[in-house]
Each structure stands twice: as structure tokens, then as C-alpha cells.
Design a protein around this ligand. Structure first.
Ligand SMILES: [Zn+2]
Ligand SMILES: [Zn+2]
Length: 130
């Protein structure tokens, strides 16, 4: 389920911010800045699969050209704030996926074939004892 997230710039993070599902950082106890709605990595992976028809992780990922663009309107979250985080609604631009496919159906067909071939070969190599 989507949940609220807070951006934390902790003293020990050296200028890098991290996003947490809690307002108060469990490490240093400071309050973060409310950063809208987020979702878990597993949900993100599910969306990738839904949009591309490909497994979200695997040997094919590094061989394939870019397939998706992050939705600008929701910054890839798939949802947008209503009333500064009081509620959320699914982003109408990307239909709640956070991603846009940048390939045509024909290209996707070919890319899916390639991906399956890569996955199959990787599996064979693993079965062969390395
Ligand atoms: Zn902290
Ligand atoms: Zn969007």
C-alpha cells in the first residue's frame, strides 16, 4: 500500500538525504520533511512488470535498452498528494504506474523475445555448474 514518506537530511548522512516511512528518524531522532506518498520497492517492481511485461530483476536488465521513462508529474511515484499529504490519488498522467513505456508495441515484442532469450541462456549457464 502507498504510505507517507519523509525526507531526512540527517547530520550523519553528510548532505545526502534519505527517504523514510516515518517522520522521526530512528537513527538520530530528527524530524524529516514531509515528502508526499511513496511505495515500497516491491510495488515499484510490480509496476515495471505491469508496464513492460518483463521481470523487474534478472540478467536481461543490463542488456536491454531503456524501455521506460519516469513520469514527470508524480516523479515516478504513481501517485500525487491531495491537500499536502492528507490523501493521495493515482497519478492521472501515468495511470498510477509512475512509468511510461517509450517503445512501440512492435519494439516491445522484439525486446521481450530478446529478454527471454537472455534469461534462458543465463539459466542454462547456471544449470551447467558455472
Ligand atoms: Zn537520522
Ligand atoms: Zn505519474
Amino acid at each position: 500500500m502507498p504510505h507517507r514518506v519523509w525526507k531526512h537530511e540527517c547530520p550523519d548522512c553528510e548532505g545526502k538525504s534519505k527517504t523514510l516511512g516515518v517522520e522521526r528518524c530512528p537513527d538520530c531522532g530528527t524530524l524529516g520533511e514531509f515528502d508526499g506518498w511513496g511505495c515500497t520497492g516491491i510495488e515499484m517492481m510490480g509496476r515495471y512488470q505491469r508496464v513492460t511485461g518483463l521481470p523487474p530483476i534478472g540478467p536481461h536488465r543490463k542488456h536491454l535498452p531503456p524501455l521506460t521513462l519516469r513520469c514527470y508529474d508524480c516523479q515516478g511515484r504513481g501517485m500525487v498528494d491531495v491537500n499536502h499529504g492528507e490523501r493521495y490519488r493515482y497519478c492521472p498522467s501515468c495511470m498510477g504506474t509512475g512509468l511510461f513505456l517509450i517503445r512501440t508495441p512492435e519494439e516491445m515484442e522484439e525486446i521481450r523475445c530478446q529478454a527471454q532469450e537472455i534469461i534462458r541462456r543465463a539459466r542454462e549457464e547456471n544449470d551447467g555448474g558455472g
